[in-house]
Ligand binder design. Structure first.
Ligand code: DGJ
Length: 723
């Protein structure tokens, strides 16, 4: 709900459990007033006049330097006495860049802002639109704030409008700026690498600017477009914290700036490094949405709120809660080295074991026998696949399986027909050798004719074949950041235009083929973000499927995302990435905590393992509703404990699923208690595997003993409410 108090010129935004308040001060600056736990009567007006409100009605009449540094601005400006980093920065034709944004008008309406060409929240809610105007030039900023009564997230973005006659050069266009209460905070970041995505790191947040960013052109394996700000006493389930994530998949930056007076300014959006955008007269520039969240139930509360938001607002409504196909993918089973028979062997076994869909991974097209050729040639390799895709699809159908196919749409190999026909389509600075990654180049997605070509090529395959699933990969990062078609003074637009091209392609393909289920992927989890989730309901979490490493990767990923967004597969041992051997059961348990599947040659596993596959699938079908719709509670942290354990609780509190793993034998574990969480205190539950019946309160407060299992042993408990 959003309320405007005309007398105080204040806006009070209330979500499920939080209040966000702002007001226009005497000099016309939009200031933050409060962001935290819900205040039932919405009365925080008494704070007006106490927080950073020393600004005189005439801001030019006094020495402003220190005053603006202490103002909790909702949009930072530049060159007029606020020495923190601005939210928006642009230069005019005379080279001047100073700005000062003051309140012009507001509008409150039901629904979400209309955002073209980029992923965004979809429906419901209420939006506050505040227009600010630059004191020194004909520029208006439209600040959007959307809240929902049933969600704990606040969605923000900024639209920059050029209302004058000259062209502006935007140098920074962040999506939001906010001030958090003064406090001794810690910062949580998710960092990583290929096969080691989203490791959790928490450190003290010191003075100055802490900046999380990527310059890789994609949200990246290395540093996630997320920032958590934790109060001193915040832990997994208690205490206050804030989080922000971006609905964006390209170069981003998130900054936390603590200034001399202790104020924390949080802002971010498109990375401004080597970014610029020509904003011609009469046009506007739209920034991506930022999702901000407050929790007073610790990091776990933050994660559950983000998950609810993503399921309700970002992931496609017709897919988000629909049963996910259980797939077998041939990548680790065959890599590029396959023929009809090898695939038929997997397909035959898959059908017998209860799998829904066979996904044919990389290597089926062009002259693709290794990673140095074929990308861009989206037609079947008839030498490898006798009878083409049709033969494989017919075999799937004959066995009652659906068929899925791998693409890497934004890429091109130099050894490909596409490159021979259009060498200038690859991202490359004329006259230089392009940088290669995984022996491949990137298509210039800023060019509409290239987006059209890929759309037509992929569509042709999808139209001519019975394909129900597409895995959309992206195996290298961007370099050069240069388009042969953009004018010299607009090359700073490349990185953002590239991701807009990707979004355009994803929008067109998902709209044209609503019956196809799309899965995102980027060399594992290198483009796992809310922007991608808007188009693809689930994303391959990591190329690392090791039964131990995956506990950490999935734990870190679950900080921001619902478990249903994570594709999690059982693969062979010794694991191809770590060489570790973990029990088949353990790999199945960890893979059950997401959209499950197999990445293994089913024709080569033992009879015992086949029996386990049948059981794992049957067990998964008992809990897949919880995976799709439930709330996640993280119980034991694999980054600092000998156990990994999480539980998913149904929203109605009638059932729950616990899954855990013990890493190493440790005699000190003997009497360790595991406290459950999320159950209704006054309900009685039975833990089926243990035959224990107890109240939710007892299970959450007194807990139960951790199981003592051999190294890397895993367990599951199914919990049902009995009264
Ligand atoms: C990276 C993906 O993460 C793998 O699953 C596989 O699809 C390969 N790319 C294929 O090149």
């Amino acid at each position: 709900m959003i309320k405007y108090d005309n007398q105080r010129k204040s806006f009070i935004l209330t979500g499920k459990d939080f209040t966000y308040a702002l007001y226009v001060n005497r000099a016309g600056f939009l200031q933050n007033l409060y962001y935290g736990a819900k205040i039932a009567d919405n009365d925080v007006g008494y704070l007006i006049g106490h927080i950073g409100n020393t600004v005189s009605p005439d801001p030019d009449s006094i020495n402003m330097d220190m005053l603006f540094d202490g103002m909790p601005s909702e949009c930072g400006f530049y060159g007029r006495g606020d020495y923190r980093e601005p939210t928006v920065l642009y230069t005019r034709s005379d080279g001047s860049a100073m700005s000062r944004f003051r309140y012009l008008s507001y509008r409150i309406y039901c629904g979400v802002p209309e955002i073209k060409d980029m992923p965004h929240s979809r429906r419901g809610g209420q939006t506050l639109e505040i227009t600010l105007k630059d004191d020194f030039s004909p520029v208006e900023l439209v600040l959007n704030y959307t809240v929902w009564d049933n969600l704990n997230t606040l969605v923000r973005n900024i639209r920059i409008k050029n209302t004058g006659s000259e062209t502006l050069k935007i140098n920074r266009a962040f999506s939001f700026c906010t001030k958090l209460p003064e406090r001794n905070y810690r910062i949580m970041r998710l960092h990583g690498n290929w096969a080691k995505e989203r490791e959790v790191e928490v450190t003290h947040l010191g003075h100055g600017i802490t900046r999380l960013q990527t310059l890789r052109g994609v949200s990246s394996h290395q540093l996630h477009p997320f920032m958590g700000i934790l109060a001193e006493n915040c832990d997994e389930e208690t205490g206050e914290c804030y989080g922000v994530q971006l609905v964006y998949s390209g170069n981003y930056a998130l900054t936390a700036e603590i200034s001399n007076n202790g104020f924390l300014r949080l802002q971010g959006g498109i990375n401004d490094f080597n970014f610029n955008w020509h904003l011609v007269s009469g046009e506007y520039f739209e920034t991506p949405q930022a999702v901000i969240c407050y929790s007073d139930e610790g990091i776990g509360g933050l994660s559950r709120s983000f998950s609810d938001f993503l399921r309700e607002q970002i992931i496609a409504p017709d897919k988000v809660y629909a049963r996910r196909p259980i797939v077998v993918n041939n990548w680790e089973a065959t890599y590029f080295d396959f023929d009809n028979q090898k695939l038929f062997n997997i397909i035959g076994e898959a059908a017998a074991l209860g799998i829904d869909t066979f996904v044919l991974d990389d290597g089926w097209f062009g002259k693709r026998d290794g990673d140095n050729s074929g990308l861009g040639d989206w037609y079947a390799n008839q030498n490898k696949l006798k009878g083409g895709l049709k033969a494989v699809i017919d075999r799937c159908k004959h066995n009652g399986l659906k068929f899925g196919l791998w693409f890497e749409p934004e890429m091109i190999s130099e050894d490909s027909d596409l490159f021979r026909a259009h060498p200038d389509w690859a991202v490359c600075k004329t006259g230089t050798k392009p940088a290669r990654g995984r022996n491949q180049l990137v298509l210039d997605m800023t060019r509409s004719e290239i987006v059209d070509y890929i759309f037509n090529a992929v569509s042709k395959i999808l139209l001519e074949n019975d394909i129900s699933y597409v895995k959309w990969d992206f195996n290298r990062t961007l370099t050069e950041f240069y388009s042969q078609k953009l004018p010299a003074d607009r090359q700073g637009e490349f990185a953002h235009r590239f991701i807009l091209g990707t979004y355009k392609l994803a929008e067109r393909l998902t709209t044209a083929f609503p019956g196809v289920f799309f899965e995102g992927c980027a060399g594992g989890g290198g483009r796992f973000d809310a922007g991608v989730l808007y188009y693809f309901p689930q994303i391959w979490t990591s190329d690392d499927t090791d039964g131990y490493e995956r506990t950490k990767i999935q734990w870190g990923t679950s900080i921001c995302y619902p478990v249903s967004a994570m594709s999690c597969h059982v693969s062979v041992c010794p694991n191809h990435q770590t060489q570790r051997v973990t029990p088949f059961n353990t790999r199945g348990v960890i893979a059950s905590l997401g959209a499950t599947g197999y990445e293994i040659d089913l024709s080569k596993i033992s009879e015992q393992e086949k029996e386990q596959v049948v059981k794992q699938i049957a067990d998964y079908k008992k809990i897949d509703e919880l995976v799709l719709k439930g709330d996640l509670y993280r119980l034991s942290n694999p980054f600092d404990d000998n156990y990994f354990c999480v539980m998913i609780v149904g929203k109605d509190k009638m059932s729950a699923y616990v899954a855990g793993e013990r890493f190493r034998g440790d005699p000190a574990d003997r009497n360790r208690i595991l406290k459950l969480n999320g159950l209704a205190e006054d309900k009685t539950y039975i833990i089926e595997e243990l035959g224990i019946t107890a109240s939710g309160k007892a299970l959450c407060c007194a807990g139960i003993l951790f199981p003592r299992l051999p190294d890397y042993g895993a367990w599951t408990w199914h919990i049902k409410a009995v009264k």
